[in-house]
Design a protein around this ligand. Sequence first.
Ligand code: CMP
Length: 140
Amino acid sequence: MAIERTFSMIKPDATKRNLTGAITKKLEDAGLRVVASKRVWMSRRQAEGFYAVHKERPFFDELCEFMSSGPTVVQVLEGENAILKNREVMGATNPADAAEGTIRKEFATSIGENSVHGSDAPETAAEEIRYWFSDTEVVG
Ligand code: CMP
């Protein structure tokens, strides 16, 4: 399997509880390398743009409100099979369904405030990385 890059966010519920290091450690322990990272307080408009694919969903407003309610850490992760590996370490979207040892099982409080986001496919990973980072900010 080739080395891949994926996009990850540590969401406001987690930054508020000072979990940036604990979550990043779980990613690193799984063999993922942080090759870009910055803390941003996204605007409502940035949240709406990032999550545009969910525009028609009933939770879209709540999601954008939450994502612009506090700081988020946006990251690029690199490693073998990084997209799938990151999703395994994150666990299921709803923490009630997440497996033991996953980030969401350990830290998430609800399906909305679920501590992390990770890209689901190579195309979305490339798009999401481009949304938050310029080429020179990603240093492998
Ligand atoms: P994420 O991986 O960031 O992608 C979209 C997000 O929408 C998802 O994680 C959840 O946090 C959120 N989401 C999904 N379903 C619901 C829901 N039923 N209610 C509120 N938020 C949701």
